[in-house]
Design a protein around this ligand. Structure first.
Ligand code: MF3
Ligand code: CO
Ligand code: CO
Length: 268
């Protein structure tokens, strides 16, 4: 690593304009991968078959999946259905009409990580599921809108909580967003249930994800015996969206914007 550009403030790396270019490429590919999946998420397909499509897409584009080999994880995505909060493992589980799924991919392009997830629906989903997905997307975007130089990291989670509570859903506190760049999970931890004015000050050149998980019921989770799958303790539905972003002089840049404009399940 070039020591001239190896700068951290409060433990958070400050990246250069060249680094932004690296993240744009990685973020764009990750988002294009999620776009590619949209027509395939249908009743009758297995989550493993969706993971196969992801792995092939990433390799076909000269990139690799950050999750394969990460802490013993062996898949190109996490696919979290219904009451699964995050880290759902692709399997022979067949999607059923009415299922909602979060699909989370992290690609590595020229050493840079693009990490993003979206919600998908299999067939027709219930109104309450649809509403949870909408509220979760709105909460993520409100969190992103709080990002600008001089704001504090806690402002992001404060904005997320405000949207969640207005809509009477809970925010998961046990999984956080994270710094990223040449590393997958770096400082800072981005708390999704934050407090305004708390945490380190945001500065141009900081890169991190915002990836709130919202539950229809309580915020509590448990991890299944596979060591990965995190589910709601009360088995209520959970939704999540994730963008990788950078702090700019003016505010923020989203690296993982959908090239096809498929941000939410409803734009399909
Ligand atoms: N992509 C996830 C995140 O948003 C991390 C998945 S790690 C895995 O940070 F090993 F579970 F794939
Ligand atoms: Co992430
Ligand atoms: Co992710």
């Amino acid at each position: 690593m070039d020591t001239l550009t190896d700068k951290r403030v409060n433990g958070i790396r400050i990246h250069t304009e060249e680094d932004f270019e690296g993240m744009r490429k990685a973020g764009r590919l990750a988002a294009a991968c999620l776009d590619m999946l949209a027509p395939h998420v249908q009743p009758g397909v297995t989550t493993a078959s969706l993971d196969d499509l992801i792995r092939e897409f990433v390799l076909d584009h000269g990139a690799h999946s950050a999750t394969i080999g990460y802490r013993g994880y062996r898949h190109a995505s996490c696919i979290s259905l219904n009451h699964v909060i995050c880290h759902g493992i692709p399997s022979d589980r067949v999607l059923k009409d009415g299922d909602i799924a979060n699909i989370d991919v992290t690609v590595v392009v020229d050493g840079w990580h693009g990490d993003t997830s979206r919600m998908y629906k299999a067939g027709e989903v219930k109104r309450k599921a649809s509403r949870l997905m909408d509220v979760t997307h709105e909460a993520m975007m409100a969190g992103i809108a709080a990002v600008k130089p001089g704001a504090h990291l806690g402002d992001i989670g404060a904005a997320i909580v405000e949207i969640a509570h207005k809509n009477r859903v809970s925010v998961v506190e046990d999984f956080c967003g994270h710094g990223l760049g040449r590393v997958f999970h770096d400082e800072p931890s981005v708390v999704h249930a934050g407090r305004k004015g708390y945490g380190p000050e945001l500065l141009p050149g900081m890169f991190f994800t915002i990836e709130p998980m919202l539950n229809l019921g309580k915020k509590d989770h448990k991890v299944l015996s596979d060591g990965w799958t995190a589910v709601t303790r009360d088995s209520t539905l959970s939704a999540q969206f994730e963008h990788s972003i950078g702090v700019t002089e003016e505010g923020y840049e989203i690296f993982t914007t959908s090239p096809a404009g498929l941000h939410t399940p409803h734009t399909l």
